[in-house]
Every structure is written in structure tokens, then in C-alpha cells.
Design a protein around this ligand. Structure first.
Ligand code: SAM
Length: 303
């Protein structure tokens, strides 16, 4: 592990909003940062190494299982302690470890708000079992009643509006004008794995998360000027999107080279997410229902 002495000095930093990138083992950095020790973090997004033997520059991603679980519990505990009274914590994790993490966070008295799924196409091909096409996005809060939650900035067009043309979606009583809070399975345009010639892709970063994923999490679970923390910064997606959305942020990354690259990205800004324009892509999977009634876009039957 790197020396603790350097752990509380950011390797890279920007102002307005304050954005700090620390290089080191997150277990050491989290234990040293005043905001974490004092429980002042508003939102945590953690996308840890999955122990899949991925090439993460310096981090060895193939621990014995017991060691990996102990590592996981250690950083989870530090994150729980860092979370403020209205705070939320998200963990992006595959099937292998989701159950252990859920049980651990419940034992630590966090409240589970949603167990979301990030669904993507083009998982690793195999004939031996079903092809992986998801990661779990676990949404926990310190207090589910007091947690920061903003529905309006993340609304998306509902299937009733875009597929079934149901007039009730535009009823004044509903007040959402054909929009709804997204469902707990996330997919669609710009939600695929970041690979190939994807415009967001950063060289030498494995397992980069789409910007729109972080946009949804950050808009829903924090407010402007809140403090967002990512203990496994990787290519810098969390801090890049947080900064664009006017949140303060802390990113921690074990590899100095990754941290430097992430900081370049943070300075350049996101490719897709813009502060003034939340993404509102249609997630309906069926084509619009045949329109009857002389071309009127009002369905004859209720859906
Ligand atoms: C799955 S990637 C994160 C990807 C990131 N969400 C993104 O969108 O680019 C995990 C990252 O955590 C870093 N890492 C692994 N162990 C770490 C530790 N103990 N402390 C801090 N960073 C660590 C790895 O170097 C890698 O860059």
C-alpha cells in the first residue's frame, strides 16, 4: 500500500466546484480525509474492482476470495462512516458479490432503497451458460425518509406516452406530462458498455461506466454544491459528471497514471452530459402501437 502520509494531499485539484483526486488505496485515504471521518459526504458512488483479473495498471485484481471479501467489507465500512445524515450510497457490482454486499450494508443499518440493474448488450460470449448482460446498481441510504431525492431532473418519457399514446399521461392531475421516474432496470441509447469506438471511451481504462449512468445517480441523489465521493475513480466518470453538474467531488484512485488520465478527463468535461440538458431518452422496447382512429395518436384501448 502507498504511504499514509501523502494520503490527505490531493494529487490533482480544481476549484469551483472543488474537485479533488487522491492517489492511494481508498482504505487509507478514506480513513484520513476529514470529510469522511466527520460523516460529511452526501453521495457515494463505488465501482470497485470485481476481482476478475482485469488490467488496472497497478491494482492486482485477482485476490483469494476471502481476502477480496475482507477488502470489500473494509472499504464499505469506511464509506458507511463517511455518509452524512441525508446521504446515499451506490455500489456497482456483478452477480459474484452482490449478495454479500447487500447483507453487509443491511447489517451496517443502511436502508436499501432500490436494487437496480444496469443492463447492457454485448456481454462476454459463451456457449456454456447464459451470457452476462447486467451489473447490479445497489442504492442504499443512511435514512430512507431523509435522503436527498430529486425525481424531476431524471424523468423520462413513459411507455404510455411514447408507445401507447394513452391520453391519461397528459392529464393535468398527473402533472408529469407524459414523463415518469425511470424503472429499476437501466438500458438504452448511451447505456451500453464503453468499448470500441464509443465517443466516451478513454484509453487504458477497463470497465468504464457510461456518463448517463452517473448523471442519473448524481442528479437524483444530490444537489448542487453537495459532496460526491468515488473511492474507485478509474477513468474519472463520477468526478467528470459531478463537476459538470456543479457538485463538489472527491475521487480516489490506486494508480497514479489512471488518476492523471482521469484528471485530464475531468478538466475536459463530459462528452454527453450537459448541465442544462438532462438526457431524456425513451427506454420503451416496443415500437409505437399502430395508430388507429384516422391518425390520431390516442390509443383506443387502455394499456
Ligand atoms: C472498475 S474500475 C472503476 C471504473 C470507473 N467507475 C469508471 O467509470 O472509469 C476500478 C478502479 O479502481 C481502482 N482501484 C482498485 N483498487 C483500489 C483501491 N484499493 N483504492 C483505490 N482505487 C482502487 C483501479 O485501479 C480501477 O481504476
Amino acid at each position: 500500500m502507498p504511504a499514509t502520509a501523502s494520503a490527505i494531499t490531493p494529487a490533482h485539484a480544481l476549484k469551483s466546484p472543488e474537485t479533488c483526486v487522491y492517489v492511494g488505496d481508498c482504505r487509507e485515504v478514506l480513513a484520513a480525509l476529514p470529510a469522511c471521518k466527520q460523516g460529511k459526504v452526501d453521495l457515494i458512488f463505488a465501482d470497485p474492482p470485481f476481482n476478475w483479473n482485469r488490467a488496472y495498471d497497478e491494482w492486482h485484481d485477482a485476490m483469494p476470495e476471502d481476502d477480496y471479501l475482507q477488502f470489500t467489507y473494509d472499504w464499505l465500512d469506511l464509506c458507511v462512516d463517511a455518509l452524512g445524515p441525508t446521504g446515499s450510497m451506490w455500489v456497482n457490482i456483478p452477480d459474484d458479490w452482490a449478495a454479500e454486499i447487500v447483507v453487509h450494508l443491511k447489517q451496517r443499518k443502511l436502508k436499501m432503497v432500490n436494487w437496480c440493474i444496469w443492463h447492457y448488450r454485448f456481454g462476454q460470449n459463451t456457449m456454456g451458460r447464459f451470457i452476462n448482460s447486467k451489473v447490479h446498481a445497489l442504492y442504499f441510504a443512511r435514512d430512507s425518509d431523509k435522503r436527498t431525492w430529486n425525481a424531476d431532473p431524471i424523468l423520462e418519457p413513459s411507455d404510455r406516452a411514447t408507445t401507447y399514446f394513452d391520453p391519461r399521461t397528459h392529464a393535468k392531475k398527473e402533472g408529469r406530462n407524459g414523463m415518469r421516474v425511470p424503472m429499476d432496470v437501466w438500458y438504452g441509447k448511451f447505456w451500453g458498455r464503453i468499448q470500441g469506438n464509443n465517443a466516451e471511451r478513454r484509453a487504458n481504462h477497463d470497465n468504464q461506466i457510461p456518463e448517463v449512468y452517473l448523471e442519473r445517480v448524481i442528479r437524483a441523489c444530490s444537489n448542487e454544491n453537495d459532496l460526491v465521493l468515488d473511492p474507485f475513480l478509474g477513468s474519472g466518470t463520477t468526478c467528470t459528471v459531478a463537476r459538470e453538474l456543479q457538485r463538489r467531488s472527491i475521487g480516489i484512485e490506486f494508480s497514479a497514471a489512471n488518476a492523471k488520465s482521469a484528471f485530464e478527463r475531468i478538466k475536459a468535461g463530459p462528452k454527453r452530459v450537459k448541465h442544462a440538458h438532462p438526457t431524456q431518452h425513451v427506454s420503451a422496447i416496443f415500437a409505437p402501437r399502430n395508430v388507429r382512429n384516422g391518425g390520431s395518436q390516442v390509443a383506443q384501448k387502455k394499456c
